[in-house]
Design a protein around this ligand. Structure first.
Ligand code: NAI
Ligand code: MG
Length: 358
């Protein structure tokens, strides 16, 4: 049976970069891979078409799909909408609806792009780390939250950080299994010296780790991890952490790779069904000009084959094709150095397809 992929291009450059990812799917289908895809709306595009950023038609298609590819949503056209129908509600809605609790963000430093990085070459050369962020718990979703007046009568805002044992267990399993497929080192990041949630987090990670004796487990406080990531990022292999620490550390790590246009991500549920998307946004400043870098989206297709379809062979081929076009000197504006020839979104997509052909 064909694997079903739901494609949600989204807004602004979303449609441009997704068109290039589709070229990759077309090539693989022509080679005989059993995949099929359909298109749906999310975010502003969904609001325009159906009056809601995550309409029932998308919800139904998302539930029926084996995997979802997303571009990016949002942009100035939608900034004045009421909060409930803002494009971001589309992403939050689909993540929550599908139980996508495990967010995987690889950060890779391509040696071909070393000159574009703000880091010294020796710090990032050969860097290949994976940050795993818990995505559906923590202070972002904890209740109670709100406003109240304190004992002195001053207004205060408050949020609640919490993690349950099962929530930590399931992300820990994903982390150990990811480490098993890589260099077998896992660093769990918390703030165990201060926070009770972190004490539970660490306890559970250690317990789960007993089932993975081949993975070397270490622990680090989040403030130190933020420092170590820029001091010596290559000491890490897989990092696992909670929602808010992961939000910050993964953005920090993205800069190690040079451009936001290069970084894919996956968000997985308990069965490894996933939503795959570039980590960047809809880039309204360059939309409609054919300039956007489609590589993060194409690499997201690779992650889909790796994590949801268990086809590391195809994922490796896509990763290798991207490296090859970089070696050939193909550069969109975001990864070009002064004086380098700049190509457009379509030309970059075509170059990857050419490199992919056997
Ligand atoms: P952004 O990531 O869209 O853009 C930041 C900068 O990076 C811009 O200068 C942009 O031109 C550049 N850039 C981003 N992707 C690129 C690519 N593929 N190739 C070349 N250059 C690229 O972030 P920004 O400007 O903060 O947000 C724009 C909109 O995107 C907002 O409405 C925001 O809410 C939304 N957004 C959506 C996300 C998603 O759908 N997951 C994630 C982040 C932002
Ligand atoms: Mg962020």
């Amino acid at each position: 049976m064909n694997k079903k992929i739901l494609i949600l291009p989204g807004d602004y450059i979303g449609t441009e970069i997704m068109a290039e990812a589709v070229k990759v799917l077309e090539l693989l289908k022509a080679e005989g891979e059993k995949i099929e895809w359909s298109f749906g709306h999310l975010g502003g595009a969904a609001y325009d078409a159906e009056g809601h950023p995550y309409p029932p038609s998308t919800q139904k298609a998302a539930c029926e799909a084996d995997a979802i590819l997303m571009g990016a949503v949002g942009g100035p056209k939608y900034d004045s909408l009421p909060r409930a129908v803002r494009p971001e509600q589309g992403i939050l809605g689909i993540r929550k609806d599908l139980g996508l609790f495990a967010n995987l963000r690889p950060a890779l430093a391509y040696e071909e792009l070393a000159a574009a990085s703000s880091f010294k070459p020796e710090v990032i050369a050969g860097l290949d780390i994976l940050i795993l962020r818990e995505l559906t718990g923590d202070i972002y979703f904890g209740q109670p939250r709100g406003r109240r007046s304190n004992a002195e009568g001053a207004e205060e805002g408050y949020d609640t950080m919490h993690y349950s044992r099962p929530e930590v267990e399931r992300i820990a399993h994903v982390a150990f299994q990811a480490a098993q497929k890589r260099n077998k080192r896992l660093c769990s990041v918390d703030k165990e010296n201060v926070l009770e949630t972190s004490r539970l987090w660490r306890e559970v990670v250690i317990e789960v780790g007993k089932q993975y004796p081949d993975v070397a487990l270490s622990h680090m406080y989040v403030d130190n991890a933020a420092m170590q990531l820029v001091k010596n990022p290559k000491q890490f292999d897989v990092i696992v952490t909670g929602n808010i620490f992961g939000d910050i550390l993964s953005d920090e790590a993205s800069m190690l790779a040079g451009s936001i246009g290069m970084l894919p991500s996956a968000s997985l549920d308990v069965n490894n069904k996933g939503l795959y998307e570039p980590i960047h946004g809809s880039a309204p400043d360059i939309a409609g000009q054919g300039k956007a870098n489609p590589l993060a989206t194409i690499l997201s297709v690779g992650m889909m084959f790796r994590y949801t379809f268990n086809r590391a062979d195809l994922a490796d081929r896509i990763d290798a094709a991207v490296k090859q076009v970089l070696r050939q000197g193909k550069r969109t504006g975001d990864i070009a150095q002064p004086g380098e020839r700049i190509i457009g979104t379509k030309e970059m997509g075509d170059a990857v397809v050419a490199a992919l052909k056997k």
